[in-house]
Design a protein around this ligand. Structure first.
Ligand SMILES: [Zn+2]
Length: 473
């Protein structure tokens, strides 16, 4: 097996940092050593197959993006990135594992939907992957099938309080699913927005001729995120189901999560880069139809109401535990433009899988989070939350050699024709400048990215079976 020594860097974990060389044998890390160590008289740098010089740079565990939607069917079209293009873009950006969603649609069987997603991903991925299971129709059959997910290496499932007629579960269905989830040791993930109320507002806004992308944000009011978050927390409380709320964007929803956590509940929340940097006014409200680029759900929130700063603050204080992307890209031409004249027909989603590590590192540069917290919210907590810790999310002997060498003196310009390998005709992050750079990316010991080149192949990434959530109180 090939050996690699990453030498001269500062190894950063969720709990600290220090100078260390990282020795990789095959797919695993075998040792963290004092810089320049000799082992049994041998100078390691002369005996290994590959030396990666990380002088002046950070050496961190590869990013884990626990919320992506490659090839996701939505609103009559399909997300523009498939497993090949999306995971390659992830690798470019220092993310060495994704957890995507297998989708059981209304009227479908759970095992078949999981099989479909396995077939879409197998042999295509640049980095390792797993799935959460979406339950689009809670009934006797799907509840029984939920119980068998751990046997498949799947330990989390997702419900929607939004999208009536598509993925929506009512309170009775949520209650039954949570009972089963709690009993089976599954983590319940929730899209917490009050879908039926949103649909009324959508209908009323369209009837008033308010058809621009901006009104997507108006219809999906923060009150409907706060209300659904609260309801999900109460149903979780009643059933004892651990709850993970996806893509939290409203400061009021954060407050609900924080209050539940203060009561000692197993309630967790993720946010996404778009809710930290982008806004209703600046982006959804862009002139003409341009705001469609930023139509996603939950929506971007008002900058005037200061949601962005408060979500950053919650990341600092662990009221929110981690950052995923909800990567679900659609092109403007032929996809987003289906919603010209009717914002409700714009496919929901933003492409960010390539930029999450950089965008969150900018939070370190700006003094919003520490270097250690950056590693924690992008890698270590996702690993613990979704039953991967030990193999992923940490640089330690025995862990998979998923490693990123990050240059704090480097620079990353994001946008079309710059840092952009996603299969899209625009960038939601056009013009963003980051004071850092992903230099080298290893996935299970193999160098995927180095010297500005891509050296991986499709199929390098493998399906990873997951243990139950390791983050419970
Ligand atoms: Zn999503």
């Amino acid at each position: 097996m090939a050996t690699t020594l990453i030498t001269g860097g500062t190894v950063v974990s969720a709990t600290g940092r220090g100078a260390a060389d990282v020795l990789v044998d095959g797919e695993r890390i075998v040792a963290l050593l004092e810089p320049g160590s000799t082992v049994l008289g041998a100078n390691l740098a002369e005996t290994v197959d590959t030396v990666v010089d990380a002088s002046g740079k950070y050496v961190i565990p590869g990013g884990i993006d626990a919320h992506t939607h490659m090839s996701m069917p939505f609103g009559g079209t399909t997300a523009a990135d498939d497993f090949e293009t999306g995971t390659r873009a992830a690798a470019w950006g220092g993310t060495t594992m994704i957890i995507d969603f297998a989708v059981q649609k209304f009227g479908e069987r759970v095992p078949e939907s999981l099989q479909t997603w396995h077939e879409m991903a197998a042999g295509q991925c640049a980095v390792d992957y797993s799935f959460h299971q979406i339950i689009g129709e809670v009934n006797k059959e799907s509840l029984a099938e939920l119980r068998r997910l751990p046997d498949e290496g799947i330990t989390s499932y997702k419900l929607f309080m939004a999208y009536p007629g598509v993925f929506y579960s009512d309170d009775a269905q949520i209650l039954r699913a949570m009972q089963t989830g709690a009993d089976t040791g599954l983590l319940t993930m929730m899209h917490a927005e009050n879908g039926p109320a949103i649909d009324v507002l959508v209908e009323q806004l369209l009837a008033q001729g308010k058809t621009d992308p901006y009104y997507h944000g108006v219809a999906r009011a923060w009150q409907l995120e706060e209300e659904a978050t609260h309801r999900a927390i109460m149903l979780a409380d009643l059933t004892g189901a651990p709850l993970y709320v996806v893509h939290v964007s409203a400061k009021q929803a954060v407050a609900q999560l924080a209050a539940a956590r203060d009561r000692g509940r197993n309630v967790f929340g993720e946010t996404c880069p778009q809710y930290l940097y982008l806004s209703l006014e600046d982006n959804l409200g862009a002139p003409g139809f341009e705001g469609a680029k930023w139509v996603c759900s939950t929506p971007l929130r008002s900058r005037e109401e200061d949601h962005q700063n408060q979500v950053w603050q919650a990341l600092r204080t662990n009221d929110l535990q981690m950052v995923s992307t909800d990567h679900c890209p659609f092109c403007m031409k032929g996809q987003k433009d289906m919603g010209i004249g009717d914002f409700s027909k714009i496919p929901n989603g933003i492409g960010s899988v390539e930029h999450r590590m950089d965008l969150m590192y900018q939070g370190v540069v700006e003094g919003r989070i520490t270097l250690e917290r950056w590693v924690e919210i992008t890698s270590t907590t996702p690993a613990r939350m979704f039953g991967l810790y030990g193999r992923k999310g940490v640089l330690a002997p025995g862990a998979d050699a998923d490693i990123v060498v990050y240059d704090p003196d480097g620079h990353t310009s994001i946008g079309m024709g710059k840092t952009h390998h996603m299969n899209m005709d625009h960038s939601a992050w056009e013009g963003y400048e980051i004071d850092g750079h992903v230099d080298v990316v290893l996935s299970r010991g193999k160098v995927l990215v180095a010297d500005g080149e891509y050296r991986g192949r499709k199929g390098d990434g493998k399906f990873v079976r997951r243990d139950p959530c390791q983050y419970l109180i």
